[in-house]
Ligand binder design. Sequence first.
Ligand code: FES
Ligand code: FES
Length: 172
Amino acid sequence: MEITWTVDGELFVLAVEPRVTVLDALREYLGVNSVKKGCDHGQCGACTALVDGRRVLTCLSLAVQCDGAEITTAAGLGERPVARAFVEHDGFQCGYCTPGQVCSAVGMLDEAARGWPSHVTEDVAADVDGLSDDEIRERMSGNLCRCGAYVNIVAAIREVAERASRAGEGAR
Ligand code: FES
Ligand code: FES
């Protein structure tokens, strides 16, 4: 089946079999290596990308379901505040987990800005007003690091969330 994607601003037309995942199509068909294959089972978050603005696990998504999608990988987020905050707070980890962490951080800040509650939100009916460290950790809990070296990621995300809150706009 022929599908069309925009990946990090570049237009691609590709022919894929129905069983091919977004992750494999990106890496193997298009040579886009900024999404990583960790577990290939939806458990580590290394393959996280933004599909039409929402974070998805690309190892669990079929390419043919995303015809016409706009896909953003970590490579397309280099100038975004989240990526800069990761640098400033020394939040970058290894090349394997970090791309997924950055995409997931952008996605979860947007989810919070839309008022979507998380598992630890105390009042799910209230607006999400600011992100506590517990909220950040919970919303990032799908992205694992085998080394347990997350210490500066929370600070990086907190700074972006606070800056956006002060500016009265959605974080990211
Ligand atoms: S590779 Fe997709 S969640 Fe691990
Ligand atoms: S630093 Fe990437 S998996 Fe631990």
